[in-house]
Ligand binder design. Sequence first.
Ligand SMILES: Nc1ncnc2c1ncn2[C@@H]1O[C@H](COP(=O)(O)OP(=O)(O)OP(=O)(O)O)[C@@H](O)[C@H]1O
Length: 197
Amino acid sequence: MATGLGHRFPGTSWLFSGLDLDLRPGEVTGLCGPSGCGKSTLMSVLAGWSPPVEGTVRSEGVRRTGWIFQNPHGVPGRTALDHVALPLLARGHARGDAQERALAAMADFHLGGLASRPYRELSGGEAQRLMLARALCSAPDLLLVDEPTAQLDLRTARSVNASLGRVAAEGAIVVVATHDPGTRRACTRIVDLEEYA
Ligand SMILES: Nc1ncnc2c1ncn2[C@@H]1O[C@H](COP(=O)(O)OP(=O)(O)OP(=O)(O)O)[C@@H](O)[C@H]1O
C-alpha cells in the first residue's frame, strides 16, 4: 500500500524514510516508537490527508477511511445511540434497522445501557468504545486508531484491544498507533518507526 515513504516537516529532520508498508484487509498493524517519532503523522499520510515528502501511497480499494482520535469528539447533546446509528442512516439503512444494528454493536462494547445518554455525559473510556462501535457500523476499508487505550483501565483496554481484531475481521485494514503492550499483542504485525528514523 505504501512504498518508499519518507516525511519531514519544513525545517526539521526526517521523521521516517524508506518505509514500505504492505497493509491488507483483515490485519491489524501496530505503529510503535517513542512519543514524537511520527506515528500520527504516518497515519495522516496513509489517510491521504498529508502528501508524503517521499514515496507513494496506493489506496485502491479504500473508499471509506475512519479515524479514531486519542481524545474522541462527539456531539455533546446527541445520544450515544445517535452517534453509532448515524453512519448506517447515511448509508441508506432504515431508521429501525440502523438502530437495531447500532444497539447490537454497542452491546458488543458493553455500552448497551448507555444508548439514550447524551454524549457529554460519557466518560473518556465510554466515548472511546463508542467510537469503536461506530467504526464497526461504518464498515471502513481503512481504520486508523490513535492510542485507543491511553486513558482506559486494564479491563476496558482489553476489550478495546480485542475489538480492533473484530473490525479487521469485517474486512478493514486497521492501523493503530500505540505505546500499550496489550495493544501490541493484539496486532498482526508491528512497525517500529525508530527503525526508519
Ligand atoms: N504540522 C506540523 N508542523 C511541524 N511539526 C509537526 C507538525 N505536526 C507534527 N509535528 C512534529 O512532528 C513530530 C511527530 O509528531 P507525531 O504527532 O506524528 O508523533 P507521534 O509519534 O504520534 O507522537 P505521540 O506518541 O506523542 O502521539 C513531532 O515532533 C511533532 O511536534
